[in-house]
Design a protein around this ligand. Structure first.
Ligand code: PEP
Ligand code: MN
Length: 336
């Protein structure tokens, strides 16, 4: 249920409504908009009739049931778009944000070089995995905590904020102590224990769509994070599994406008894991910008032929600079 406050409601009235919601066993999630405050009341669905009584409280304009199964993620529960801050960078606002870097952190030299390439191209955030969820147990699994230390060191040196994947609920505290944003990978989109754990984090979360999850399921996964208390979630379309085998996955670009209609959360696109091959990364990135995504996460490696993970889909520096030039032209054209 959402409780819409009158636009002249006082802070005290808003606080009293929050207390009342909690006194009847629900969690209150206030969203303070420019015009008015909306309070999402979520919890056990069985007896939500009681929330209707909020209409008799001072300062309340009306109550409205949210019909969608995802409540806090739905557009109804929030005025305007959510803008998520990753360090000083804002995702979901007017800027198209590019996150770039290697699939895996391999060494300090490799990550530092990648960071300089990211900066030269104009990317705002550095990516790099320290825990790699690999299809084969015999593939490189990541540098783990050593990798996180490298990530942090490079971030301090270059002033680039960072994102890295967390795969285990027990590692969330450790990963968030080194990185600016936590990534939930496609293989963990429905790892509910992990979603709840990052929901307790103060750091923003980049939630990727699973290769077999529907858009509604992705939003339900976001709901796990939001309802655990973390409002800073960015959604990422990274390709889904279809009958097509020419690309690693099928980039579902229609998910971008569909999500934009359903949720206030920012939506970005990962063309690298969708394509599986660097040649498709630039055209798919152009399409992602044109379709209205808030940004990209793209794999870039100083020497893709030597990469320990996902070298085939990683852009060389020169290709990355070309991509960034093309994106600037597209985003400029879109503003006119
Ligand atoms: C990654 O970002 O390196 C990754 C493993 O992505 P995904 O979870 O989308 O496969
Ligand atoms: Mn990868």
């Amino acid at each position: 249920m959402i409780i819409v406050m009158k636009n002249q409601a006082t802070e005290k009235q808003i606080e009293d409504v929050i207390h009342w919601i909690e006194s009847v066993g629900y969690k209150a999630h206030p969203s303070i908009g420019v015009e008015r405050t909306i309070i999402g009341a979520v919890g056990d669905n069985r007896d939500k009739g009681i929330l209707k009584y909020a209409e008799s409280l001072p300062g309340v304009e009306k109550t409205m049931p949210i019909l969608k199964p995802y409540k806090l993620a739905s557009r109804e529960s929030h005025e305007g778009n959510t803008v998520v801050s990753v360090g000083p960078i804002k995702i979901g606002g007017p800027e198209f944000v590019v996150i770039a870097g290697p699939c895996a952190i391999e060494s300090e030299e490799q990550l530092l070089e990648s960071a300089y390439v990211a900066i030269k191209g104009g990317a705002q955030i550095l990516r790099g995995g320290a825990y790699k969820p690999r299809t084969s147990p015999y593939s490189f699994q990541g540098m783990e905590e050593e990798g996180l230390k490298v990530l942090n060191k490079v971030s301090v040196k270059t002033s680039l904020p960072t994102v890295t994947e967390v795969v285990n609920p027990a590692d969330v505290d450790l990963v968030e102590s080194y990185a600016d944003m936590l990534q939930i990978g496609a293989r963990n989109t429905q790892n509910f224990a992990l979603l709840k754990e990052v929901g307790h984090s103060k750091k923003p979360v980049l939630l990727k769509r699973g290769m077999m999850t529907t858009i509604e399921e992705l939003l339900m996964s976001a709901e796990y994070i939001l309802s655990s208390g973390n409002p800073n979630v960015i959604l990422c379309e990274r390709g889904i599994r279809t009958f097509e085998t020419a690309t690693r996955n099928t980039l579902d670009l229609s998910a971008v406008p569909v999500l934009k209609g359903l949720t206030h959360l920012p939506v970005i696109v990962d063309p690298s894991h969708a394509a599986g091959h660097w040649q498709y990364v630039i055209p798919l990135s152009r399409a992602a910008a044109a379709v209205g995504a808030d940004g990209l996460i793209v794999e870039v490696h100083p020497q893709p032929e030597k990469a320990v993970s996902d070298g085939m889909q990683s852009l060389k520096p020169e290709k990355f600079y070309q991509l960034m030039d093309e994106l600037r032209a597209i985003t400029t054209a879109m503003r006119h």
